[in-house]
Structure formats: C-alpha cells, structure tokens
Design a protein around this ligand. Structure first.
Ligand code: PMP
Length: 449
C-alpha cells in the first residue's frame, strides 16, 4: 500500500493541479484516499472522472474524453440519458428495495420482455455477470442430477465444458470456467469437473463430449479474450452434441448481448438456440443487474429455496432495465448499432492499410477488436492523453465498445483522433514488436485485413 501511495505522488501530473506555490503539486485527496484505502486490484491513471453526458465523460480538471469503452460495454445509452435519469429519480423516490420475498411492479414485466427478446422462458435476476454465471453453473449441475438421487451428491452428469481463451468473471465458479491461468492459478483448487475445449475446434469439442457433460459454455463473441466470434459450425455442433447427450448449451452474452452486435443477442445469427443465456453489463443502463434466462426444460429443475439473491431484481433496477430495453426498441438503436459499427469498421480497415502493425479488425456491430502486432497498452495511454477512452484486452487487442447512441459525427471524430494516436505511438511500439507467433497461438485467424 505504501508503495502505490508514493507512486501516485510521483506520477501525478502537475498540469492537473494548478500550482499555487512553487512547491510540489498538491495530491488530489480523492486519489490519495483511493491509493491508500482501496485494495490494489486495478491500475488507474492520476485523474478523477466526475461526470458524463451522452458519449463524452469529463474529469475533475474539465478535460473531455470521447468514451469508446462505455464502462466496458455497460453504458450502452451513454451517460445521463434523460429517460434513464427520469426513471431512476421517479422510482428511487418510490422504492429502491423490498425483498425477493415479495412481488414488485417491475420484475415480472422485465422478465416477460427479456423472454420476448431472447426466446427463453424463465428469468432469474442477479447483481452482476459473475453471479449470473454462478447461477447458470448451478442450474447445469441441477439439470445433470438424477431427481431420484436428490439430494445425494452423486451426479452422473457433472462435467462442464468451457472454452480456451474464455472469460466468465471473478467468483470461484466463474474463475473455474475462465481459461486464463493468471486469473485461475492463484486461487486453486477451483471447481472440479471443468474441462477446456479449443475455441472453434470441432474435433476437440467432439472428443471431450459424452454423457457425463451437463453443460457446454460459450461466449458467442469472446470479449476479454480479444473479440473472437464463435463460428457457425462450432456453435451448431455444440448445440447438436448438447441435445444428443441431454446436456445444456449456455451462452454467455454478458459482453456481446442486449443489442451490441446489432441483434438482441449474439447467438441470434445462428439457426439454433441455447438452453441458458446469461446477461448483465448494459441491462440496467449502469445500475448493477444481471440475469439468467432459461428454457422451461431447465427451469423445471429448480424450486423455491434452491437459489436466491437479496438484492437481485429490486424495483429500482428492474424499472431502469425495462426503460433501457424500451429505449433500445423505440429509438431504433439496433439499426444505429449496425450502421455506426459498419462505418467504424470501414474506417478502421482504411487505417489498417496505413499502419502495418494493425493485424486484424474483428467483431460486429459495436463490439470491435483491433489486433496489433505490438503491445496495446501504449496506444491506450496515448488515446487517453488525446481524449479518447478505449482499452486493451489480451495484451495486443484494442477494444472498442462505444455506446449504442454514438453518432456518425462521433465515429468520424473517433477515427480522426485514433489515427493521430496510432501515428504518434507507432514508432515506439514497432521497435518492441514481438514475432506474430508470440501471442494467441491457439486461435486460427481469418485474413488480417
Ligand atoms: N462474462 C463475460 C463475457 C464478461 O465480459 C464479464 C465481464 N467482463 C463477465 C462474465 C463478468 O461480469 P461481472 O464483471 O459483471 O461479474
């Protein structure tokens, strides 16, 4: 703790704290409190974000940033959307929380709407993506259990197949199905019965599937893994194998779902449906809310007392989520996602022709990865400097998750600034270029540009 506090002192830029005397710049007390009292789980820059409007956010010095990260896929309506502000004000003055022991006015209608969006039958509300994943894993184990054995611990079907390069969250169950070793190994032993399949490798999937599998878990677009879409062949084979072995296909749509691809859900470009869909991030427009959406065949295995949550699905968050889904529908935001996404990818492809360290542009709608042949972190830092919020995932992929309300002018503004960022960072970056085989070796790639 001492170390990070003193580091913040030395890295704080004088420009952000107007000098009143000739001595060292004063440390922003909000940053020093954060550095001293928070668990050091995140590396943060020496500035404080204070507010946002639409696709822009502002820091305490008044600096403006174009937000192309959207709180990592959460702020689909940008910041301070008037209809979201209105519903939160109204409902906060009525009821923030009752208890899941009672009905509230919004949980049922929200579940109904999510069922219409997804084609699933039943919904359970959680407070985060990880918690929804936990619940989905529990449902899968319940499904695999012979009701006659219940509640004995013996289960014929208990294995869960997860994917290489996956990310499903930070709780124990979620980490157990997340492949990245640095997230897993420090916390071992993890949940037993999990096995990883090479993403998009049908042969590997087939060789690991048998009647002991209760679920196969897939992100239709791997987000943290670097924006890698599942292939139609792999998805359909997973569906067929799950059906054949009476196990469940679970789609983690936490990052790519609820409109981000230009469809309600990523999986809806395929002919076949999953048995469980897990969502969170943009669902309540920034308030914490996740959900498990399940088919009736899954839902009939659960009964009162087997699962629950104190906070999940309270009246305030559910009213806000209903408003979010209504706004996406009424404002024709899926069309905007598709149109702006196409413009963005077109502009990025033009940049890929100019900058040879751009290896590949991936994704659809407004979930886009720009894979570099060099480390992405310096580009993120320079983007911040030039007033752009983006991030880097899997070390080499710059990730763009702008709000669904982004305008054509803002896409142009982004591309113009991003080009400057690429140009000014590239010299230093290309001098430290690794060989292409040094990263993501397990993933077969399509043509680079
Ligand atoms: N699944 C996916 C695909 C995610 O992208 C994330 C978060 N990045 C999670 C699960 C975990 O969600 P949360 O952080 O809300 O627990």
């Amino acid at each position: 703790m001492m170390r990070s506090a003193s580091k913040a002192k030395t890295t704080l830029r004088a420009a952000r704290t107007p000098a009143t005397h000739a001595r060292a710049p004063k440390l922003d007390p909000r940053i020093s409190a954060a550095e001293k009292f928070l668990l050091p789980t995140y590396k943060r820059g020496p500035f404080v974000l204070t507010h946002g409007r639409g696709c822009y956010v502002y820091d305490s010095t008044g600096k403006k940033y174009l937000d192309f990260l959207g709180g990592i896929a959460v702020n689909a309506l940008g910041h301070a959307h008037p209809r979201i502000v209105k519903v939160i004000r109204r409902e906060a003055a009525r009821a923030i929380h009752f208890s899941n022991l009672y009905h509230n006015a919004f949980q049922g209608p929200l579940a109904q709407k999510l069922s219409q969006w997804s084609g699933m039958d039943r919904v359970f509300f959680s407070n985060s993506g990880s918690e929804a994943i936990e619940g989905a894993l529990k449902l899968a184990r319940l499904y695999g259990r012979n009701p006659a054995d219940f509640p004995s611990s013996a289960a014929l079907k208990h294995r869960i197949l997860a994917m290489d390069n996956s990310f499903h969250g930070r709780t124990f169950g979620a980490v157990s199905v997340t492949s990245t070793e640095k997230y897993r190994l420090p916390f071992a032993p993890l949940l037993p019965g999990i096995e990883f399949v090479r993403f998009n490798d049908v042969d590997d999937l087939e060789s690991k599937f048998d009647n002991s599998v209760c679920a196969v878990l897939i992100e239709p677009i791997q987000g943290e893994g670097g924006i890698h879409p599942v292939t139609e062949e792999f998805w359909n084979r997973a569906r067929d194998l799950a059906t054949q072995h009476d196990s469940l296909l679970i789609a983690d749509e936490i990052q790519c779902g609820l409109g981000r691809t230009g469809r309600n859900f990523g999986y809806q470009k395929f002919r076949s449906k999953p048995d469980i869909v897990v969502i969170a991030k943009p669902l309540a427009a920034g308030l914490p809310l996740g959900a498990i959406l399940a088919s009736n065949a899954v839902a009939e295995h659960i009964s009162p007392g087997l699962h629950g949550s104190t906070f999940g699905g309270g009246p305030l968050v559910c009213a806000t989520a209903l408003e979010f889904l209504n706004i996406v529908e009424n404002s024709k935001l899926l069309e905007n996602v598709r149109a702006r996404g196409a413009e963005l990818r077109e502009g990025l492809s033009a940049l890929a022709d100019k900058f040879d360290f751009i290896r590949e542009i991936r994704g659809e709608g407004l979930i886009i990865g720009v894979e570099l042949s060099v480390e992405g972190a310096p580009f993120v830092a320079e983007a911040l400097n030039q007033g752009l919020l983006i991030n880097c995932t899997h070390d080499f992929t710059l990730r763009l998750l702008p709000p669904f309300i982004v305008t054509r002018a803002q896409v142009r503004e982004f591309l113009k600034t991003f080009e400057l960022v690429l140009a000014s960072t590239s010299k230093a970056a290309s001098s430290s270029a690794p060989k292409k085989s040094e990263h993501s070796p397990h993933l077969a790639r399509s043509a680079a540009k």
